[in-house]
Design a protein around this ligand. Structure first.
Ligand code: EPU
Length: 336
């Protein structure tokens, strides 16, 4: 049976480390409890939220409602088929621990996504991606409780409508509570090391092992990105914006060093980090909220930052990037 906590502090449940409280908190350890929790008399008429690792949210204040803390565990190998192998994990598993487990179990394919903060259940929500691999390319299906119909559903890749840092779940917030995720790992395994940061390590190498790619990704992230356990942050604060080919060529003429990645549809995805850096934001602060001094796309809490300070800083960055490049930056974390 689940336990209900009252006037619960969420500071250690969000990676920005914002001091917000929730009227009720419930740790969900078993999916069978979900229908009971949602029908619980104590929560009648109250708004509801779900937090996994809390690593992609900005909590803007105290919440007069019920916060579900996803804690469903479990990791399983489901065997292999032609050209793939399947692994599954409970939504509350820590993503990085799960990735490390797959490597130890001889089930590679997720190593480029090592050290991404957050839980397994949150991974499909924003379709996490790093170093040339997006979750959608390793996704088989997920199980979720549909709070609208009151039934458990299985959603495959098409049903999840994945796009760059986007999915069905961002468009129907609150409707689905993900309880487990099944990943499809391509066989035979092939290293994905074309991303500049990895190419430097692996260029010209043969016989690359999954554990080496895992270690390299962990190394790059540790060097560039702040550890949320030490310095509060939510990873990239903005999505990389996608502009038209003509907008890109105008920019590239004025700024030959601009970083852009051509998209299949002819448009160009710009490195938001470069745009922000170029506007001189690295290391700048608003109160206790600051732009990380080693990566311009990451906003950090230097200690005791409020959501207001973080959002003020974000707005100032958006304005300056819009003014300089005529590009609108969209925040990546969910602002609650
Ligand atoms: N750059 C700068 N200044 C900086 C940092 C980077 O000019 O301060 C330049 C780099 O030189 C590089 C470019 O910007 O040419 C891109 O930087 P990076 O390779 O670090 O990747 P990113 O586009 O900033 C994206 C993801 C990250 C993911 C990395 C690695 C988004 C919003 N972010 O960042 O994902 O780890 O690629 O694949 O797509 C996240 O989503 O939270 C996240 C951390």
């Amino acid at each position: 049976m689940y336990e209900v906590l009252t006037d619960y502090p969420l500071q250690s449940s969000n990676s920005f480390g914002i001091a917000a409280r929730t009227r009720y908190a419930v740790e969900v350890r078993d999916e069978a409890d979900l229908p009971l929790i949602l029908a619980d008399e104590r929560f009648r008429g109250l708004p509801r939220r779900l937090l996994g690792g809390g690593s992609n949210v900005v909590l803007t204040g105290d919440f007069d409602g019920v916060t579900l803390l996803m804690r469903i565990g479990g990791r399983r190998k489901l065997g292999s088929g032609t050209g793939h192998s399947l692994v599954q994990a409970g939504a509350g598993e820590v993503w990085h621990d799960f990735v490390a487990w797959t490597i130890c179990e001889g089930e590679p394919g997720l190593e480029n996504l090592a050290l991404i903060p957050g839980t397994v259940g949150a991974a499909p929500i924003q379709n996490i991606g790093a170093y040339g691999v997006e979750l959608e390319s390793r996704f088989e299906r997920l199980r979720a409780f549909d709070t609208e119909t009151g039934a458990f559903v299985e959603l495959d890749r098409d049903a999840c409508r994945f796009a760059y840092r986007d999915s069905l779940f961002k468009h129907e917030p609150g409707r689905y509570i993900v309880t487990s995720v099944t990943l499809r790992l391509p066989r035979p395994w092939q290293p994905v090391v074309g991303y500049p940061d990895l190419l430097r390590t692996f260029e010209g190498r043969e016989g690359i092992r999954p554990s080496e790619v895992f270690a390299a990704v962990v190394g790059v992230r540790r060097r560039k990105l702040p550890d949320p356990a030490v310095t509060g942050n939510a990873g990239s604060f903005f999505k990389n914006p996608i502009v038209s080919a003509s907008h890109y060529s105008t920019l590239a003429e004025a700024y030959p060093e601009i970083v852009g990645y051509p998209q299949p549809d002819g448009r160009v995805k710009l490195a938001a980090a470069w745009l922000i850096d170029r506007c001189g934001w690295k290391g700048q602060a608003r109160g206790q909220a600051a732009v990380h001094d080693r990566h311009a796309l990451v906003l950090v809490n230097r200690g005791g930052a409020t959501a207001e300070e973080i959002l003020d800083l974000a707005r100032a960055i958006q304005e300056s990037v819009a003014e300089t490049f005529d590009v609108r930056l969209e925040p990546e974390p969910v602002i609650l």
